[in-house]
Design a protein around this ligand. Structure first.
Ligand SMILES: Cc1ncc(COP(=O)(O)O)c(C=O)c1O
Length: 412
């Protein structure tokens, strides 16, 4: 393990967006970090700059601030949160969200729901419809063992399949209908088709109708608060009218879920919405930072970027550029490209499988040498998280915990 003296010396210097790592600092592999956690050794003073790279880091102060801001804003607006765990895939974060006051969580996949329920998250709404026999069987199995599991349907044929499977399993399962917000990606048409599907679900013997969901994904990244607000309220009007039809029909309307990070402070204006399925707010990313907020037209600063990739410079011998160890397999090729944290006058591209490229513009805040570490704000948080087995939870640059991204790769 490291020489503690040289480590202490180096730690004093750490704290910026990037730092020179003396070769006397050996660093910690992901495996060593996991072993330290198992042995309770995380009490040791380990800096994030000592982690082997590429490494995925979450800043606890920023994460906790994001959870509190979402919770406080929604409470003020009289609406609940049901955060989407497709973003973090991490039971430790789901637990924090529930402890902060969320009414449950959402998952996109059965595999994610299995992981979250197995890790003690009691209320899970799966927002994607299960259409194949194998998935329906897995969903039935979850409903059998976990009473807080709710699944979605968007066609009469699928509702009948779910009911038959539930009857065959000797159970009754909780179901919401998914209503299309206009993007035609998933969901049934609002209005009469949605009402009729709800009535069918309500009468099918294996199902218990508990409400509806409508996610307006097409509005989340609209540039500018007012444009975003106007678009989502307009697009969600047919869903709100549908919800009112369900209420007038005397159906169970305990859930009307939708919304997201981009519209969290608008969603309470859609009549009937019970909760916001916010996902990215926990981490933020370059895609969301660019959409502008209510108080700042250029940067969406309502939530702080808490998720970063730590990478090491492996070549610095060419003018105007440096090469790092975090390419597409560590960052994805989503756009905009990752942002170099705490620096100005440089760009980062991760189009190459194994390598990232830093380019300096005129007036760049600094340049890097081989062995230096660079911290990147991620391009798009969900697919980045899916590339890592573990997430280092850090406060004041010191590693506090190693969290398993337990639903990582659970895409079935
Ligand atoms: C159905 C559904 N709900 C909620 C979300 C969360 O959205 P965001 O990350 O924008 O908060 C997503 C994300 O794609 C989604 O697909």
């Amino acid at each position: 393990m490291n020489n503690p003296l040289s480590r202490r010396h180096f730690l004093k210097a750490a704290g910026a967006g990037s730092v020179f790592i003396p070769s006397s600092v050996k660093g910690y592999t992901g495996k060593e970090m996991r072993r330290l956690v198992i042995e309770g050794g995380i009490e040791a003073d380990i800096s994030k700059w000592e982690l082997d790279t590429p490494a995925l880091i979450v800043d606890l102060d920023a994460l906790e601030g994001n959870l509190a801001n979402m919770q406080n804003t929604l409470a003020r607006n009289g609406i609940a949160s049901r955060p989407h765990a497709k973003t973090h895939k991490c039971p430790a974060i789901a637990r924090m969200q529930v402890e902060a006051g969320s009414v449950g969580i959402c998952t996109a996949k059965v595999g994610e729901a299995e992981v979250m329920l197995e890790h003690g998250i009691e209320r899970v709404l799966m927002t994607t419809t299960n259409v194949t026999p194998v998935k329906i069987e897995r969903a039935m199995s979850l409903s059998r063992w976990y009473p807080g599991f709710v699944q979605a349907t968007d066609t009469p044929a699928n509702a009948r399949d779910l009911s038959e499977a539930a009857e065959a399993a000797g159970i009754s399962v909780d179901v919401v209908i998914d209503v299309d917000s206009g993007g035609h990606r998933t969901g049934i048409t609002p209005g009469r088709p949605a009402l009729e599907l709800s009535q069918l679900v309500d009468t099918l013997p294996g199902l218990r109708f508990v409400g509806m969901l409508c996610y307006d994904g097409g509005s989340q990244h609209v540039q500018g608060f007012e444009a975003r607000r106007a678009q989502t309220l307009e697009r969600l009007r047919p869903a709100a009218e549908t919800f009112s039809m369900l209420q007038r029909s005397g159906l169970n309307t305990e859930i009307f879920s939708g919304g997201g990070t981009g519209t969290y402070n608008v969603d309470h204006e859609t009549p009937g919405f019970t909760d916001v399925q916010c996902g990215s707010y926990v981490f933020m990313d370059a895609q969301y930072l660019g959409i502008g907020g209510e108080n700042d037209p250029t940067v969406y600063s309502d939530f702080a970027p808490s998720l970063t990739i730590l990478t090491t410079v492996i070549n610095s011998q060419y003018e105007g550029r440096a090469t790092t160890d975090a390419g597409a397999k560590a960052c994805t090729i989503n756009r905009p490209w990752p942002i170099v944290k705490g620096e100005s006058g440089m760009t980062y591209t991760s189009g190459s499988d194994e390598f990232g490229t830093l380019r300096y513009e005129e007036g760049a805040s600094r340049s890097y040498r081989v062995g230096d570490k660079v911290e990147l704000i991620v391009s798009h948080c969900d697919p980045v998280v899916n590339l890592y087995d573990q997430l280092y939870a850090v406060r004041n640059d010191r590693v506090q915990a190693v969290w398993s991204v337990a639903a990582r790769g659970r895409s079935t």
